[in-house]
Design a protein around this ligand. Structure first.
Ligand SMILES: C[S@@+](CC[C@H](N)C(=O)[O-])C[C@H]1O[C@@H](n2cnc3c(N)ncnc32)[C@H](O)[C@@H]1O
Length: 415
């Protein structure tokens, strides 16, 4: 089976789950030209609106089988965004057409696209391949420079970033080739090239590094965790921030997630790093039944629409819609409502999302402020110290997208 054919099968599966998703991982382990395979799969997902726009320009009848559309997207992507000669792209793509009756059509469309050359669209949403509603929605509340950077960065794959375990080593002493350091997180390393599975690295197996985005690394750095404190991480899987908290301080950590399978992942990560925690599997909205008012700090890294992770999960933009944003914001308020009662007086709650919506960020934070008479902790100085640029909404901060740093929203409240 050729690498292209494996990519086609994966893309036909309505691929979900991001770079480290199971389907992708399995396929990635088979293919020979790993860098090309990754570029092709992610490139097609990332440029979908643009590719469809081009394809539709040359199609008489737009109603073609989904498998043919996937092949056309793959073909057009390679014609415009790789240096593979057109004749090779066209031949390889036509050979993959299973419905023989469509071979002529695929051949003709790709030939015409190739002869015509790249076409620059006027509309932002096509140029940057996002759903139109999303670009309109963002334009309604994001400053122009934020939106421009966001759309531009979303077309480029996220860098593979890891956190160095500060209990074991400082990042300056790490012996991995071709890495650089993150600008804001003092623990982050960036892999400049990556053509094998990250899990094969000895440094990963030995608990020296943990794969985690730079933005995610910043969240636990915003507040101080002290020895002996009771900390609850309500939505903890896969454990990126939970393990980070234990690298930072000897606290009593309670980790919870709604999914049993995902809690097992956290447990494995803790074992890999040599940490201990207490585990529960519960809907965070019902967590009151499990604990009393015993926590000094609570992290609610909430389930969210995930628009800050588009560079890693390009399909996210097509999975979410305005109705799902509204639904998630209700869930987030319900989680905060339940967990706030577990916080000691004077304790702090960190609310974070990896998304860019008013409903899930500012509106949820302002709800907590009003409903619970929560005191807003001004985290701006902390963020300034790490050199993070953000938009401040009076409650929390939304990180600006950068070359490596991806958008995250964070707010801290005191009881
Ligand atoms: C953004 S992820 C958390 C990431 C994690 N904190 C980290 O740093 O690795 C959100 C998590 O919330 C969990 N989740 C979703 N709904 C939940 C609920 N009602 N109660 C508890 N956890 C929930 C999901 O299973 C998912 O693991």
């Amino acid at each position: 089976m050729s690498d292209r054919y494996i990519a086609y099968r994966l893309l036909r599966k309505n691929f979900r789950g991001g770079l480290y998703g199971k389907d992708f991982r399995e396929a990635f382990s088979y293919v020979e030209e790993k860098a090309f395979f990754k570029e092709l799969v992610y490139g097609v997902l990332r440029r979908q609106e643009y590719l469809d726009w081009i394809i539709d320009k040359f199609l008489k009848k737009k109603d073609i089988p989904p498998s043919i559309r996937v092949l056309l997207r793959m073909g057009v992507y390679q014609l415009f965004f790789t240096s593979i000669p057109a004749y090779a792209v066209i031949n390889e793509t036509v050979n993959m057409v299973e419905h023989r009756g469509f071979r002529g059509l695929v051949n003709a469309i790709l030939r015409r696209v190739s002869e015509h050359g790249y076409i620059e669209p006027k509309e932002l949403y096509i140029k940057y391949s996002h759903p139109e509603w999303l670009v309109d929605y963002w334009s309604s509340f994001l400053p122009e420079d934020y939106l421009k950077d966001l759309l531009r960065y979303n077309l480029t794959p996220a860098k593979v970033v890891a956190r160095v375990n500060s209990r074991k080593i400082v990042r300056e002493n790490i012996k991995i080739s071709d890495i650089s350091f993150t600008k804001h997180s003092p623990y982050g390393i960036i892999f400049n090239s990556f053509d094998r599975s990250p899990w094969e690295l000895e440094e990963y197996k030995n608990g020296i590094i943990t794969f985690q985005s730079e933005a995610s690394q910043i969240i636990p750095l915003i507040i101080e965790f002290n020895k002996g404190e009771n900390i609850l991480d309500t939505c903890a899987a896969p454990g990126g921030k939970a393990t980070h908290i234990l690298e930072l301080a000897d606290v009593n950590l309670f980790v919870n997630d709604i999914s049993f399978q995902k809690i097992e992942i956290v447990r494995k990560q803790m074992e890999r790093l040599g940490f201990k925690a207490k585990y529960t599997v519960s809907d965070a909205r019902k967590i009151k039944e499990k604990y009393g008012k015993i926590f000094d700090k609570i992290l609610v890294d909430a389930p969210c629409s995930g628009f800050g992770t588009i560079r890693k999960n390009p399909e996210v933009v097509r999975r979410q819609n305005y109705a799902s944003i509204k639904k998630l914001s209700i869930l987030q308020k319900e989680i905060l409502d339940a967990t706030w009662s577990l916080l000691k007086e004077g304790g702090e709650l960190i609310y974070a999302t990896c998304t860019i919506t008013k409903e899930e960020n500012t509106e949820v934070a302002s709800w907590l402020f009003k409903e619970k008479k929560a005191e807003v902790v001004d985290i701006r100085k902390k963020l300034d110290n790490y050199g993070v640029r953000y938009l401040w909404d009076g409650f929390g901060a939304l990180f600006y997208p950068e070359e490596v740093l991806t958008p995250f929203y964070v707010s801290v409240f005191k009881k």
